[in-house]
Write a protein that binds this ligand. Structure first.
Ligand code: PGA
Length: 266
């Protein structure tokens, strides 16, 4: 279980639904999640349904503030001739407060380059959306011992223009590409080593306050492996794909970031 962290690194668990759940399926999943997490006070909880499900999610949540909505990407422009794209102000209208940027699936299939991620991150904070900027190496890169270099260049380029006075809003997700949706999970040490490197890079980029930026781990996080991963000192939460589509698994993962209670030591 997670040690009690000072406020800036309050645990965060985000569910990335990817291209799953219609608007009507979204209502029941949101209700199911809310029922389970109602009393969770130790973590920020985010769900990122597809764009078309955001209105249903927003409506279902109503006044419930226990779950916050996130989007899976956005365009950097406010509006314009960008067929198929969605802008920050459009997301805000449905209560969205977070946006995943540079997810490896978007880097791979939709040409979301570091440069685009950098522009989107700046735009996101200007619309009061908290960017969750994803980085991670492929299996080939890990096997060629290039992980450190890849992470460094992704962090450097994806945050190139990020305003230092907005770092409270920034979240980083380390998601090794080889662990996403594959059932292969980084060992807690492999994950923590990269998180530690990222934290150092953030301090180099933003000064001492950079150490307070939350860094999530993602890639086949399941209830069975969450406790070991989340107890690592540099891991501040999780970005969960598949397991976030099941309210019970999502809740079990959330529990893994619960700080120890006095009764745990009895
Ligand atoms: P996964 O996805 O948990 O299904 O591996 C994580 C992600 O892609 O964010």
């Amino acid at each position: 279980m997670k040690k009690d962290l000072p406020n800036p690194r309050r645990p965060l668990v985000a569910g990335n639904w990817k291209m799953h759940r219609t608007a009507s399926d979204t209502r029941s999943l949101i209700q199911d999640i809310v029922k389970r997490v109602e009393r969770v006070s130790y973590a920020d909880l985010v769900v990122c349904p597809p764009f078309t499900s955001l209105p249903a999610a927003h409506e279902t949540l109503g006044r419930h503030s226990i779950l916050t909505l996130g989007a899976q990407t956005m365009h950097q422009a406010k509006e314009g001739a960008f067929t198929g794209e969605i802008s920050g102000p459009m997301l805000r209208e449905f209560g969205v407060r977070y946006v995943i940027l540079g997810h490896s699936e978007r880097r791979q299939y939709d040409n979301e380059t570091n440069e685009k991620v950098a522009a989107k991150a700046v735009a996101a904070v200007s619309y009061h959306l908290r960017p969750i900027v994803c980085v991670g190496e492929t299996l080939t890169q890990r096997e060629a011992t290039e992980t450190e270099a890849v992470i460094e260049s992704q962090i450097h380029a994806s945050l190139a223009a990020f305003p230092p006075d907005q770092i409270d809003e920034l979240v980083i997700a380390y998601e090794p590409v080889w662990a996403i949706g594959t059932g292969k999970v980084a060992t807690p040490k492999q994950a923590n080593d990269v998180h530690h490197q990222i934290r150092k890079l953030l301090v180099k980029r933003f000064g001492p306050k950079g150490a307070d930026i939350r860094i999530l781990y993602g890639g086949s996080v399941k209830p069975e492996n969450a406790v070991d991963l989340m107890s690592q000192p540099d891991i501040d939460g999780a970005l969960v794909g598949g397991a976030s589509l099941d309210a019970r698994s999502f809740f079990d993962i959330i529990e893994s970031v619960r700080p120890p209670r006095a009764s745990d030591h009895d």
